[in-house]
Design a protein around this ligand. Sequence first.
Ligand SMILES: [Zn+2]
Length: 199
Amino acid sequence: MIDEGVIKYESVWDRGKPLSEEVLGELMGWRDRLYTLGLIGAYENGIGFGNVSQRLGDGDEFVISGTQTGHLPHLEANQYTRVCEFDLGANRLRCCGPVKASSESLTHGAIYQRCPEVRAIFHVHQGQFWRRVLHRVPTTGAEVPYGTPQMAEEMFRLFEEEHLAQARILAMAGHEDGVISFGESLDEAGAVLLRWFEG
Ligand SMILES: [Zn+2]
């Protein structure tokens, strides 16, 4: 089932200024590259998919691409927003910036909270790629939908039981076409993803 684009959490949006391109430049470069590779984009029904994020500073705050931006070949700085706080258990977040955060922000937040060393996360969709890596990389259960507290718990299970911290990539059986990679830098998150994508 394609359930992209539906924001399933309670979110508070404080409208604010975009971050500078100096801060966002590297993230913007990776995002547009993933679009070129067909890993971020839109389905025929127009629903966009794929999002990228980067940790800001030493806390769990991060910047993420805005909701419903997947169809755009290039994103400007004002299409990214900060997730300033979030509560996984309560399924709640607050974002501050020119746009609302991606509907999958809490899935990113769960990884940042669990792994202080992680600084970048990419979430992509590609059917062939997804089928190829399903159950070859740590894979969330088919009954677990994206963007829910259960998804965060399911990812924590993969950290405990399937060496997710080492693999740095996971497939989501219950979120068709969905794959996530992460790393201590944007380049590492990208290298892990492309190694599997091209492999
Ligand atoms: Zn997705």
